[in-house]
Write a protein that binds this ligand. Structure first.
Ligand code: HEM
Length: 344
């Protein structure tokens, strides 16, 4: 169990790295849009997991799409990790959350790594890289850093790349962050929960699994020439849902002997069995965005009976960190209750 002071330090480390922390808002994934929808489990889902939302009847869902960066500036066209936080509202009034991003693997293995990363990956002023140095990068088989986008003054990548140079385990995640780009729509990206969870089947068998959301509309990024497109993602999802619902398939990959269970930096082989657990249908961007997304505090460890957190130290650290962040941003008339009551 990560103690409360460590959870506070984790959130503080994030806040210390922000150019301008925004009081009362999430320190990262600060801007987002709340969406309403419904989840319907597939026929096979209940044979793998006894959790309530996999039983079959439609489950109402509140979810929030977000841009990963901390701060209120909205540069949708810039390369950034996007978030998809989903809350399944269960019939007995409790809830189960699933938080995912467009990143396939995370870049640190545990709390100690995270603190070191936060020290090294400080934001710094952007400097254009001199072309001779870029040639040097190519000769040393290094990808030269990209030039700043128009009006981009703070470099969020340089420190992270320095960290990646020193830590092989972080490279998969950090290089993905650098290349991730911008989606054409929040509904046209796939999102991964990165950690391992344990699910229990009706016959009592427990399996290690990883979850991801696949968009039925297909994955599509905007082109590099479109980076200057600010503020299109919220409007796009609102307009899209007025015309037609957007759908995501919830995929569950089953781990096998030898797969990393407690390390979110390590991918599993692509040959693992993947089960389609159900379909999320998004129907509406509610007008009251405070209630639909901003006031909700998602937590990756708020899990319905039948799903358990693994011993992944990052997952465990997030349990407390998200709670600290909720308290800091305040304004939410609810308390975290260990009985898993649905706190909205
Ligand atoms: C030690 C590692 C991590 C720390 C300390 C951390 C911390 C935080 C904090 C403090 C927030 C704001 C929570 C709130 O105020 O409600 C947040 C939001 C978020 N984080 Fe993390 N995080 C970590 C790892 C991850 C990972 C591995 C993922 C990917 C699955 C992730 C995805 C997200 C998303 C999508 C949000 C926005 C959720 C929302 O819309 O409410 N984080 N994170």
């Amino acid at each position: 169990m990560v103690d409360a002071s460590v959870a506070k330090q984790l959130v503080q480390a994030i806040i210390d790295n922000l150019p301008a922390p925004v009081h009362g808002r999430r320190p990262v994934h600060t801007i987002g849009v709340g969406v309403k929808g419904e989840f319907v489990a597939s026929d096979v889902a209940r044979t793998y997991c006894i959790a309530e939302h996999f039983k079959g009847p439609p489950i109402p869902v509140s979810m929030r799409f977000s841009n990963g960066l901390g701060g209120l500036e909205q540069h949708d066209g810039w390369s950034d990790v996007r978030g998809m936080a989903v809350r399944f509202h269960l019939p007995d009034g409790t809830a189960s959350d699933l938080i995912a991003t467009t990143l396939g693997e995370f870049f640190v293995r545990n709390v100690a790594d995270f603190f070191e990363f936060a020290k090294v990956a400080k934001l710094e002023p952007y400097r254009r890289r001199y072309w001779l140095l870029k040639i040097g990068d190519f000769l040393r088989l290094k990808i030269p850093p990209r030039n700043p986008y128009p009006n981009e003054t703070v470099n969020v990548d340089a420190g992270a790349l320095r960290y990646a140079d020193r830590h092989r385990f972080s490279q998969l995640g950090i290089f993905q962050v650098g290349l991730i780009g911008a989606p054409e729509s929040y509904a046209r990206a796939s999102y991964h929960a990165v950690h391992t969870f344990w699910v229990t089947a009706p016959d009592g068998v427990r399996r290690p699994v990883r979850f991801s959301w696949q968009p039925v509309a297909g994955v599509r990024n905007i082109g590099a020439e479109d980076v200057s497109r600010d503020k299109y993602l919220f409007k796009e999802i609102e307009d899209r849902l007025k015309r037609w619902p957007a759908r995501f398939m919830l995929m569950m990959t089953i781990g096998e002997e030898g797969d990393a269970l407690d390390d979110p930096t390590k991918p599993w082989p692509g040959t693992r069995i993947r089960i389609a657990m159900g379909t999320l249908t998004l129907t509406e961007v509610p007008e009251d965005q405070e209630a639909a997304g901003e006031r909700i505090s998602f937590n990756p460890c708020r899990l319905a009976p039948g799903i358990e957190a693994s011993n992944d130290p990052i997952l465990e650290a997030r349990r407390g960190a998200y709670e600290v962040s909720r308290e800091l941003r305040g304004g939410c008339p609810f308390r975290w209750r260990p009985d898993n009551a649905d706190s909205k």
